[in-house]
Each structure stands twice: as structure tokens, then as C-alpha cells.
Design a protein around this ligand. Structure first.
Ligand SMILES: Cc1ncc(COP(=O)(O)O)c(C=O)c1O
Length: 346
């Protein structure tokens, strides 16, 4: 049967596209040359984000990858070492920019679904010895992508910050989905951000913008980040058209994140009732869920069935799939996905 209806795209929240209202806000943006500091809309988005996170300043950058890279480079010198979870996005999916551009090494610790503990950080700090790199930075990812959209307890972040202070380490939070974490934890963004020296948030994932991330921190951090952004070719000119999408998203698309989380739980309930599929992390904490296909069925079976039905999922690895809910996915879409999975893998 040829698939004719809507494609239900659960591969990632990055596939979400701007709504007509967001596009309208973009069209109406006041713009100027942002490298001259003259784009009023970019300036407003940066000020709004700094306020949201309780930081002195924020810088609008092209992507989550750029946000993490400028933060790593801003906090370190070449030869320094960074402590982070072994499943971190920065380690797996950012092209080794930490090594190629920042010249730092990574010390990987094994978190629990991506969540690392203060004691693990303390144990990973290098002794002051002429042979060793200098431990300088800790990165935590909240929510944690490969961990299954896992949320850091605010208290764990506070204790991690204590360890960082004791050892003169900086703390960066890759909060690409920090607002999802807040929705799940019932916390304010600043509750997390106050413990970190820098925080990255992403606009182009569950917030529905076409492009963009921000990094926030002290005024000095932001000056360094802005200069590094320019070095990396990320100094954009009339960027207010994109910043306007970010302002719209922060005003209109944050409260609805809880709906994405409900949809992920609904999908998980449906998968739990199948015999041929098994949730890897149960229940999902935010908008992501991972599941395995059980023998004798194969990942190829799953892909073939779903493709025919117009449902897209990401192969995470081996027999594991990932589904991500976002503002382009309705409750009816989730119900259809459940019905397809139960029909073919029940
Ligand atoms: C946790 C996390 N950090 C950073 C990024 C990088 O974002 P971008 O794709 O905008 O470079 C992603 C992207 O999925 C992510 O999941």
C-alpha cells in the first residue's frame, strides 16, 4: 500500500519546523548588523536568555555544537582536560571539535543513563603532577540524549558545582534541552543555571525554531564566547530574523513541552503492551524514548513496516530505535504509531 497521509517524523525534535505564527514574527523582525552589535532583535533574545538563566550575558550562536565548542574553548587552554560522561553528545556527535579546535582531551566517566555523580568527578580530577594534563572543565548534559532524555536532579548539579569549586574546575551545562528538563523536574532554568559557569540552550530542537542556540555565563565568558564565535565563522549579520524565532519560541513554545513528555509516555505505554518490542529506559523522563526490537523480528522489519506507514524513527544502534516527540507530533500521530506497532509487533 502506498503511504499517502502525513509523515509522522519521530527521528528527532530537530526536524520540527516553524509554525506560521513563528514565521510571521520572523518576517516582522527589526534587524541590523549583529557583528557591529546593532541587531536589536538578536540583542533582545540574548538579554531575554540571560535573564531566563540568571546569567550576566548570553550569545546567540549557530548551533548546539557551536555553543558547546565555544564554551569548551572559552574555559580551557590547549592541553587541558575535560571531565564528562562517556555517552555525552560532545564526545560522540560534535566531530571531535574539542580536540581539533580547542586542543583539549576528554576524561570519560560512566554515568547512569548519562547522569554523573560528584564523587565520580572528584575521582577523575588529575593530581598536580608534571606528567598530567590539567583538569579544567566538567560538562554535564541536561537532558541527556543518549541516556534517554534523562533529567539531572537540581541537587546533583549543586553538589557537582561544589566539587568543581573545590578543585578549581569550571562547569558547563549542555542544556540543549534544558527547558525539557525544567518541565520534567518542575524547576526554573535558573535553578540549574546558577550552579554552572556556562549554559547552552538550543532553540532548534523542541522549541521549534529553524536555527540557533545560545550560551550564557558571566560578562567575561560572553565576551570570550563572542570572539570565539567570530573566529569559527559564526558572526552573523542580520541575524534578527532568526533571533525573532527564538523570542517567539521562548514566549510561546515552552509551556507546551509538557505535552511532548505526555506523548512520549503514551507511546511508551503502547510499546510496553507489545510482545515484540521492549523499552530500553522505562518510563521516558522527557521527550525521548529508546526501545529494542526482540528476535525473531529484526530492525529491518521495523523500518520496513514503519516506512510503509509513513512513520520515521532513528536507528540508535544495533537493535535499538529512538523516538522523539516534538511540536510537529500530535496525540493522534502517537495513537497511529502505537496502533501500527501493536498491529505488527504485538
Ligand atoms: C544534548 C545535545 N547537545 C548538543 C547538540 C548539538 O546541537 P546541533 O545539532 O544544533 O549542533 C545536540 C543535538 O542533537 C544534543 O542533543
Amino acid at each position: 500500500m502506498k503511504q499517502t497521509g502525513k509523515v509522522i517524523d519521530l527521528r528527532s525534535d530537530t526536524v520540527s519546523v516553524p509554525t506560521p505564527e513563528m514565521l510571521q514574527a520572523m518576517m516582522q523582525a527589526q534587524v541590523g548588523d549583529d557583528v557591529y552589535g546593532e541587531d536589536p532583535t538578536a540583542n533582545r533574545l540574548e538579554a531575554m536568555t540571560a535573564e531566563l538563566l540568571g546569567k550576566e550575558a548570553a550569545v546567540f550562536v549557530a548551533s548546539g555544537t557551536m555553543a558547546n565548542l565555544v564554551s569548551i574553548r572559552a574555559h580551557t587552554e590547549p592541553g587541558d582536560e575535560v571531565i564528562l560522561d562517556a555517552n555525552s553528545h560532545s564526545f560522540h556527535y560534535e566531530c571531535g571539535g574539542y580536540a581539533a579546535v580547542a586542543g583539549v582531551t576528554f576524561w570519560l566517566v560512566q554515568g547512569d543513563r548519562g547522569i554523573i555523580q560528584p564523587e565520580q568527578i572528584a575521582a577523575a580530577v588529575r593530581a598536580d603532577n608534571v606528567h598530567f594534563p590539567r583538569s579544567r572543565l566538567v560538562i554535564i548534559e541536561n537532558t541527556h540524549n543518549r541516556g534517554g532524555g534523562t533529567v539531572y536532579p537540581v541537587e546533583t548539579v549543586r553538589r557537582i558545582a561544589d566539587v568543581c569549586r573545590q578543585h578549581d574546575l569550571r562547569l558547563h551545562m549542555d542544556g540543549a534541552r534544558l527547558l525539557n528538563a525544567c518541565a520534567a523536574a518542575g524547576a526554573e532554568p535558573a535553578d540549574y543555571a546558577r550552579h554552572a559557569d556556562s549554559v547552552a540552550i538550543c532553540l532548534s530542537k523542541s522549541l521549534g525554531c529553524p536555527v540557533g542556540s545560545l550560551v550564557a555565563g558571566s560578562g567575561e565568558f560572553a565576551r570570550r564566547a563572542r570572539r570565539l564565535r567570530k573566529m569559527l565563522g559564526g558572526g552573523m549579520r542580520q541575524v534578527g530574523y532568526l533571533a525573532a524565532a527564538g523570542i517567539y519560541a521562548l514566549q510561546h513554545n515552552v509551556e507546551r513541552l509538557a505535552e511532548d513528555h505526555q506523548h512520549a509516555r503514551l507511546l511508551a505505554d503502547g510499546i510496553r503492551r507489545t510482545g515484540g518490542l521492549q523499552l530500553k529506559y522505562d518510563p521516558p523522563e522527557t521527550n525521548m524514548l529508546y526501545f529494542d526490537v526482540l528476535p525473531p523480528r529484526t530492525p529491518a522489519d521495523v523500518q520496513a513496516v514503519l516506512r510503509k506507514e509513513g512513520i520515521l524513527l532513528n536507528d540508535a544502534s544495533g537493535t535499538t530505535f529512538r523516538a522523539v516527540t516534538h511540536l510537529g507530533v500530535t496525540r493522534a500521530d502517537i495513537e497511529k504509531a502505537i496502533s501500527v506497532l501493536q498491529t505488527h509487533f504485538g
